[in-house]
Design a protein around this ligand. Structure first.
Ligand SMILES: *Cc1c(COP(=O)(O)O)cnc(C)c1O
Length: 342
């Protein structure tokens, strides 16, 4: 099944699906990890699946430059910079944030890969979405005046085109799970700008996959997350002529584990990161995947995940985030007692 759009297939797919014996034993569940952190360029992550489609569209339009927006911590910005570098395009990243002076780990990587970074302090008057769009349009104008053809990708790459990468992944995962004899299971992913979740949702539904889906919200939404999902779904349905419907209640997105913020410092999330690292040698990040894995641990404790249940957790990447200053300070504080100076 395909929705009829083309992509530049630069990823080496399928990504591995691995059983995690140590963490499974700890939690009393069967936990598998979909290694979408192992997606090649620019240190990898989920945004590359979306970018295969954006790149094709940008090339079709004769773009000479990719422009996108996000927070200072944006993995999506980093991976846009990566794809631009690899395919000979210019790149600019607009970041609206609390810490205009903070050079996050991702911003450093954007610069290493040659992208321009435009930081703007959050004015707290208007939503980040509005401010970033406004700033991005001003940057776009500036480059167009210099003769560039600018291709704009919205925050997180989550528009109608941005669901396609994970629409494909839903099929990839269904086949892979069946081959491994784990078809009766639940897929869990972090939900940020929602393109990943919506792609999986539509892809799983469209092939009537036996896999179910739960999203873990990693930041507060300004409106009801289910209403947002329904609205996004309706746009996607109309855009691609999907033959199935969905109601608000069909979107399973758990809102209990984001600890009142986005990319905030949370001790329980660091504990989850240590557990995964010490049992499986897999590194999660403090913004998305660590939060989502902590949510899985809490959901087991809160009996939202049953003992013996099979879960497929999507590792969406994000590891550079451990080096972002406000996280790194906390890691160092907690871990320095194990660093011995002789
Ligand atoms: C962007 C991102 C997500 C969330 O994906 P959305 O499509 O924005 O919901 C999850 N994990 C990581 C590491 C990300 O960078």
């Amino acid at each position: 099944m395909s929705l009829g759009c083309k992509k530049v297939p630069f990823l080496n797919l399928p990504t591995p699906l691995e059983y995690l014996p140590g963490v499974s034993r700890d939690l009393g569940i069967n936990l598998y990890l979909k290694r979408d952190d192992l997606t090649g360029y620019g240190m990898g992550g989920n945004k590359l699946r979306k970018l295969e489609y954006f790149l094709f569209d940008a090339q079709q339009q004769g773009a000479t430059m990719l422009l996108t927006v996000g927070g200072a911590q944006s993995n999506h910005g980093r991976l846009t910079a990566a794809v631009a570098a690899k395919y000979g395009l210019k790149c600019a990243i607009v970041a609206i944030d609390e810490y205009p002076g903070e050079v996050s780990s991702n911003i450093l990587l954007d610069r290493i890969m040659g992208a321009e970074v435009i930081l703007k302090e959050d004015d707290h008057q208007r939503s980040e979405m509005v401010q970033s769009h406004e700033t991005a349009m001003a940057v776009k104008e500036r480059y167009e005046a210099q003769g560039e053809k600018v291709y704009y990708i919205p925050m997180g790459g989550s528009n109608e085109l941005g669901i396609l990468g994970y629409y494909d992944c839903a099929q990839e995962l269904t086949v892979q799970a069946a081959e491994m004899g784990i078809s009766d299971s639940r897929v869990i992913t972090a939900v940020g700008s929602m393109g990943t979740y919506m792609g999986l949702f539509c892809g799983l539904r469209d092939i009537q996959s036996p896999l179910s889906l739960t999203g873990v919200l990693i930041m507060p939404y300004e409106e009801s997350v289910r209403a947002f999902a329904k609205d996004y779904f309706d746009r996607v349905k109309e855009g691609y002529g999907l033959e199935f419907d969905a109601e608000k209640s069909d979107f399973h997105i758990d809102e209990d584990y984001f600890y009142k913020g986005y990319n905030n410092s949370v001790p329980q999330v660091r504990e989850a990161i240590y557990q995964m690292a010490r049992k499986e040698a897999i590194i999660l990040d403090p913004c998305y995947t660590g939060k989502a894995f902590n949510a899985i641990c809490q959901m087991v404790r809160d009996r939202k995940i049953q003992q013996g249940e099979t879960i497929i957790f999507i590792h969406t990447g994000g590891q550079p985030g451990i080096n972002t200053p406000h996280h790194r300070i906390e890691f160092e504080r907690e871990l320095s007692d194990g660093i011995k100076i002789l």
